[in-house]
Design a protein around this ligand. Structure first.
Ligand code: ZN
Ligand code: ZN
Ligand code: ZN
Length: 254
């Protein structure tokens, strides 16, 4: 399987509009971060994890013309608000887009996108078919088996996903020992880290490194950085050898 980092930035993206800081002003391409999302290609299937405000740009950049499903980690805007842009895929392939989310997230999608789920939809509205998933209950897309993992985003329980020896965990503050057990024997884990100062719902880089040690995957890639994180080039050299900072467009084989 191949995983492509579609975006690696926090909710405002990097650079932030109007910010004069050295990260936002950096000319290094690796310091340009769209909102977090990833594309997993496995067998003949293409799955996208989260569908934020940069979804359209990410599909265009990676020349994606079709996806089989979207998996949603949680209902925050930077993870769902691009859903309207599934329309070209609806039109091109004459199909509904399967969107996998837990019940709480689905309720929020119905509020935020009431026109998508209206009884009498206007012609041309996005076509989404909601699929219910739940932490701890495996589900299948084709013959791909996916295990939703519960991680804590501050007080909010949200989902991460394990697929074979790969796991994607974003917006993490803490993970229970029980869930860490389900993350053993990984080749690659993608894990979020916001910046260096304590935050109520995101782990700092130091906390994320501790989480990564508990998960003990062969490799760890960090995502969801704010502009306070520092320059990619400088920070990357400070990490333990099995850990890296992801950047937009990076593709890895698992
Ligand atoms: Zn900045
Ligand atoms: Zn969030
Ligand atoms: Zn987020």
């Amino acid at each position: 399987m191949t995983f492509t980092f579609l975006g690696t930035g926090t909710s405002q993206g990097v650079p932030i509009i109007g910010c004069p800081c050295e990260v936002c002003q950096s000319t290094d391409k690796k310091d340009k971060r769209l909102r977090v999302s990833g594309l997993l290609k496995i067998g003949d299937k293409a799955l996208v994890i989260d569908c934020g405000p940069d979804f359209r740009q990410q599909m265009l950049r990676e020349e994606v013309t079709d996806i089989d499903a979207i998996l949603i980690t949680h209902e925050h805007n930077d993870h769902i608000i691009g859903l309207d842009d599934v329309r070209p895929i609806n039109f091109l392939h004459e199909k509904d887009m399967p969107v996998y989310a837990d019940e709480r997230v689905q309720e929020e999608l119905k509020i935020r996108f009431s026109y998508i789920f209206a009884e009498n939809k206007y012609p041309g509205a996005p076509r989404v078919s909601l699929q219910t998933i739940k932490a701890g209950e495996k589900f299948q897309i084709g013959n791909i088996e996916i295990l939703p993992i519960e991680v804590m985003h501050g007080n909010l329980p949200i989902l991460g996903f394990r697929i074979e020896q790969f796991a994607y965990l974003t917006d993490v503050k803490t993970i229970s020992d029980l869930e860490i057990e389900k993350l053993q024997n990984l080749d690659v884990v993608v894990l979020s880290a916001l910046h260096h100062k304590e935050h109520h719902s995101h782990s700092t880089l130091a906390q994320a490194i501790e989480l990564a040690k508990r998960i003990n995957s062969k490799r760890t890639y960090f995502i969801h950085f704010s502009h306070h994180f520092g320059l990619h080039e400088e920070l990357e050299t400070t990490l333990p050898p099995s850990m890296s900072l992801a950047y937009d467009g990076l593709a890895i084989e698992i």
